[in-house]
Structures are given as C-alpha cells and as structure tokens.
Write a protein that binds this ligand. Structure first.
Ligand SMILES: Cc1ncc(COP(=O)(O)O)c(C=O)c1O
Length: 410
C-alpha cells in the first residue's frame, strides 16, 4: 500500500520536532525544499538585525566594537555553534566563506606535513573545493590528486600530507564515514580537512568523537543564517598550538590593536581569522542559531533521513514511470539530508515546480535537488511536492520554451 497524505499527516502529528516549524517565518502557500542551499528565515532574525543596525550601529557607533561585543563575535558565535557540531567551544570560529576557509585550512594542514607532497581530494566534490585544492597545490609546489570519494581511504600513501573530503556530497548526498576515514588518514600520518557544507545543522556531527583534524562548514544552508551568512572553521584542540594559516590579516594577530609591524599569531582558533568580521551577517547568523535551542541533533538527523526515505518511496511509486531517476543512495544511513532526482528536462520541471510554489533547486546536467530542513519541513510537504512533480510530468506543463531558458542561479 503506498503511503497516503493522511499517513503523512499522522507522521507530522507525532514528529518530536513538530513545534520547531513555528520558529520560522514561512509562507503557507510555499513548500520549501531548498534548505540545503538557503535555509528558511527564523523568526526574530529580522528584528535582531534591525536592532543591531539601529541601536548598535546607529547609536552605539564605533563603541559597539567593545560595548556590543562585535570584536569577540566570531569566537562567541563559534562557541554557540560548537555543540551542534560535536565540538568544544574553543575549537570553532565563525568567519568568511567556505572556499576562503578551505584555502586557509588546506595551507595550514599542508604546512604541518611539509615533507609530504600530495593533497588528496575527491572527484565530483563541489567544484569550488577542487579549484581551491588545485590552487593550493600549485602555490605550495605540491601535487593535487583526485580519486572517487569511496576510494580515498585506499589511496592514502606515505606521500599524502592532507586529505580533503565533503562529509555529505552536494549532488548525491552520499555521507562519508567520518570516524573510519579519519582513522585511515591518521594511520598513514596525514591530516584531514572535512567540508561540512551539507552536514552542519543537518546531521549529528561528532567532530571531537571522530578525531577530525579540521573542518569548514556553511552558515546559510541548514543553519539558516541568511544569504551569504558567515562560514565556520573547526580546529581540533590538539592542533591549536601549531597553526600557521596563510591569510595573516590583522584579526588573526595576537594583539591587532598594538599595530605592530610584525605578525604574531593569536592563540587558539582566533588565529584562523583574517579580516574585520561582517557584523550584520554575523548578527543574523547568531540569532538564527536560536532555532536549534533544545533540539537534539540525533533527532534532526533521524527526521532528515525519514523525509528522504519518504521522498524515495514516493518517487518509486509515482515518478519512476514518468522518466525520473534516483541520483541519491537508498540506504538512509549513507545519505545526507537531500534527495536528488534526475530527469532529462529537470531544469524546466524545476522551474514549473517553483511556479507552483514547490521550491527545490537544479544542478546541471539533470539533477533536481530537494533538501529537507528538518526543523520546518513536514512529511506532508514531501508528499505534496511529489504529487506536484507527477502532475507536471504527466500534463507536460514543463514543456514550455520559457521554462527551459536558464537563469543565472539554478
Ligand atoms: C560542498 C560545498 N563546498 C563549498 C561551497 C562553496 O561555498 P562558498 O560560496 O561559501 O565558498 C558550497 C556552496 O554551496 C558547497 O555546497
């Protein structure tokens, strides 16, 4: 018996996270399945940002660097985020973007393994990551080596200094076993930098428990920090004394306001900073984290998997015969928090869906991606989204020239 809309409503009624949806400002006419690209807006964020602008900036002016705690905000917000990552408060700092932070971490890690010439990365990772790997290798005179994610552990050898991997792949949602891979990396004397872009706020991370060395994550996806929200860096406590990052801007200096000519690194994770923090984005991100208050990340992970299982079950029932394919693993334990469906007209289908208020995104060449922000997506949303996809495919409503024309952001 295929699962019905009533069944989905029953699942929502017994969902331990059901109360969290009210923490977000959502349009009830929209089904939002793109929290893996841009999380929804948590209530209270807009008011907080207005407050920061009007009071802290407008009235406090430059005094707010001290009095409103702007100066210490990267570490303060890092400490607030740390429990969601399975990390200690002093191991996380919030700053800049994923790509920039990845650059900093890769160089830092490579400098800790100066005699090893290989940086090992995965084929099919988010392109920005691999462009950065390539550039870091060229800058440092190392070799960038790319293998499929599943072969990384086998490919580590005595030449490998640094390994970098996405914990959850942006396209297939495949999850790497963080503990196992990290162990394999350490067994060969190398270090690992994890990309948590599709993990932070979506899965039950245990950065300390798995002995990860370094990680970088995203503020604007499952953490709902707003467009372009600052990224975060994790450095395992055992490495904090040996950091030597390449972007030696004044915010990572031990005493920026001494204005010394020479660079002296700040103690601890603060050394990973480079520039003046973007306070308005930081304010939005800090407030957005309140949406996770009292929430168990194990429950978040469990619900994300259940929503994905539901989408796959409904795909098999209604979409497979209409030309859709599944580009995500069926095994929920090996899948992150989105489901990717393929269709040869995937872009036009996604545009038609968005016109109906069902929002996902598209990744070339043919992947329609549906992400499940577990704090606000309901089982019934997944059901209704699949009904809409089936209707668009059956009716041919996607078959319009205007829908096929690519917009700049897909
Ligand atoms: C896996 C992954 N890595 C890196 C990035 C790049 O992020 P940023 O634009 O913050 O550098 C993204 C962006 O979506 C991503 O999904």
């Amino acid at each position: 018996m295929p699962i019905t809309r009533d069944d989905c409503q029953a699942l929502d009624a017994s969902d331990p996270l059901r109360a969290c949806r009210a923490r977000f400002k959502l349009d009830e006419n929209v089904i939002y399945l793109d929290g893996n690209s841009l999380g929804a807006l948590p209530r209270g964020v807009a008011q907080h940002v207005v407050n920061v602008v009007e009071r802290e900036w407008g009235e406090g002016l430059i005094r707010s660097w001290n009095e409103a705690g702007w100066y210490v905000s990267p570490a303060r917000v890092g400490a607030k985020l740390a429990p969601l990552l399975g990390a200690k408060p002093n191991e996380v700092i919030v700053t800049e973007s994923i790509s920039i932070n990845l650059f900093k971490l890769l160089v830092t890690a490579a400098r800790m393994r100066p005699d090893r010439k290989v940086i090992l990365a995965e084929h099919g990772n988010f392109p920005s990551d691999n462009h950065i790997v390539d550039s870091v290798a060229r800058l440092l005179g190392k070799e960038a080596r790319f293998v499929p994610a599943g072969e990384v552990a086998k490919a580590i050898d005595a030449d490998t200094g640094v390994v970098t991997l996405s914990h959850v792949n942006y396209r297939s949602a495949e999850v790497q076993d963080m503990a196992l891979v990290t162990q394999a990396v350490h067994a060969k004397g190398a270090l690992i930098v994890w990309d948590l872009a599709h993990s932070s706020g979506a899965v039950d991370l245990q950065l300390d428990g798995t002995k990860a060395d370094f990680a970088v994550g995203c503020g604007y996806k499952f953490l709902n920090g707003g467009p372009g929200a600052p990224s975060h860096i994790f450095v395992a406590e055992r490495h904090l004394g040996a950091l030597d990052q390449p972007l030696t801007g004044w915010f990572g200096h031990a005493e920026p306001f001494r204005f010394d000519d020479g660079y002296r690194r700040a103690d601890g994770v603060r050394h990973m900073l480079c520039s003046t923090p973007q306070i308005l984005s930081m304010a939005a991100f800090e407030k957005a984290l309140d949406a996770f208050e009292g929430v168990s990340m194990a429950e978040v992970e469990r619900k994300g998997r259940a929503l994905g299982d539901l989408m796959i079950e409904l795909h098999d029932e209604f979409l497979a015969r209409l030309g859709c394919g599944l580009a995500t693993l069926r095994d929920a334990k090996r899948r992150g928090n989105h489901v990717s469906l393929t269709h040869e007209a995937g872009y036009a289908v996604m545009r038609a869906l968005i016109e109906r208020g069902v929002i996902g995104d598209f990744r070339a060449p043919d992947v329609m991606r549906f992400g499940f922000g577990p704090l606000y997506v309901r089982y019934v949303d997944v059901h209704d989204a699949v009904v809409a996809i089936a209707d668009i495919l059956e009716s041919g409503a996607f078959n319009q020239k205007a829908l096929a024309a690519r917009q700049a952001v897909t």
